[in-house]
Design a binder for this molecule. Structure first.
Ligand SMILES: [Cu+2]
Length: 360
């Protein structure tokens, strides 16, 4: 049974109006935007010009989503929340190779809404890539999309050749092509990072081409005193023809599909929050506690900072910590209220950037 969202009437009217006015951009507007993008492009062939003309995800047919596919997607979301990294292929010399295949996927968002999106290895977010200081890493990106793409990892001090910015640092990988990205993990990479498409970014990121890279110390874990270390990637979608983000999820799934976290009473809990939304800030709030900001963009703060609402920019990551010292079902949600509903929702329904932390 879905829980009703308590909102003020004014907030609800505003949220509904936002959804309506952001749903249909006129052809004239699209044409004007494309013309501006073409004239402003950074290079004659730059796909960065498409930043001004994002494309949303079309609805998938009713037969495209089966119960077993929904179950598999939900299991993938839990694996992401639990920070289970994908298994690499171990090459001679101990090199860890992670293979990402970018392709279209039929993605179940919430009851009544399935879309044709893009994912890495059939999931959104892509699988967690987890490495340690000292690892020699290869990421092989295979492009099974019908458009060019590249792989960009935010916040790592990589060589320009490995930055993956299409038509800026490299020629994009064409459909059917592949490219190998290589780097060695150094201590200044420890922490939580976002990987995403570096080509046609406004469209490809909001179609689902993003995931999280976790870098651990050479030994042990980054947060050894935490009983629970969990990951929530905020993702965004443009559905129903919208050219702005109008649907939001955690680990690929808007509420009520989002994974929920259960933690032992009294335990110290770290949440790693990653904003893969390409356009929107979010204001993440944990009920029942004050939490402490430990790290931003993979960098530890000299002194943790107490807060109740975390403002997180597009592309930003933040690690927070709290003690689970009140039993019950804690809400974890974005405090921007129209991010707490799905586009098709009745006004009293709760959706989007909401999940629960169960303290038992
Ligand atoms: Cu939000």
């Amino acid at each position: 049974m879905r829980k009703a969202l308590r909102m003020t009437g004014a907030a609800l009217v505003g949220a509904a109006a936002f959804a309506l006015c952001s749903t249909h951009a006129s052809d004239d507007l699209r044409a004007g935007t494309s013309a501006r993008a073409a004239s402003m492009s950074m290079a004659p062939t730059s796909t960065m010009g498409s930043l001004a003309s994002p494309q949303g995800v079309p609805d998938a047919g009713p037969l495209s989503i089966t119960p077993s596919l929904i179950r598999q997607q939900n299991e993938d979301a839990v694996r992401v929340m639990d920070e289970q990294g994908m298994a690499p292929e171990i090459l001679p010399g101990g090199i860890k190779r992670f293979t990402l295949v970018a392709s279209e996927v039929n993605w179940y968002l919430y009851p009544g809404k399935a879309v044709v999106a893009c994912g890495y290895n059939g999931q959104i977010p892509g699988p967690v890539i987890r490495v340690r200081v000292g690892d020699r890493v290869q990421i092989l990106l295979k492009n099974e999309l019908n458009e060019p793409t590249t792989l960009h990892i935010q916040g790592l001090p990589l060589a320009a050749s490995e930055l993956g910015l299409g038509d800026v640092t490299e020629r994009p990988i064409p459909p059917g092509g592949e490219r190998l990205y290589s780097f060695t993990v150094t201590p200044d990479m420890i922490g939580t990072h976002l990987y995403e498409s570096g080509t046609e970014m406004a469209s490809e990121i909001d179609q689902g081409l993003h995931g999280v890279l976790l870098v651990d110390p050479a030994r042990g874990s980054l947060y050894p005193s935490a009983k629970v270390d969990a990951l929530f990637e905020i993702d965004a979608w443009m559905v129903d023809g919208s050219t702005t983000e109008n649907a939001f999820g955690l680990d690929g799934k808007p509420y009520p599909s989002a994974p929920e976290l259960t933690v032992p009473y009294g335990s110290r809990v770290v949440l790693r929050i990653v904003n893969a939304s390409s356009m929107c800030y979010h204001a993440m709030h944990v009920h029942e506690t004050t939490f402490w900001l430990l790290a931003e963009d993979g960098r530890r703060l000299p002194v943790p900072r107490p807060m109740n609402v975390l403002a997180i920019a597009p592309g930003e990551t933040a690690d927070i910590e709290f003690s689970a010292n009140v039993r019950g079902d804690w809400m974890f949600h974005c405090h921007i209220l129209d991010h707490m509903m799905n586009p098709d929702d009745e006004v009293d329904m709760m959706g989007g950037l909401v999940t629960f932390i169960h303290v038992k």
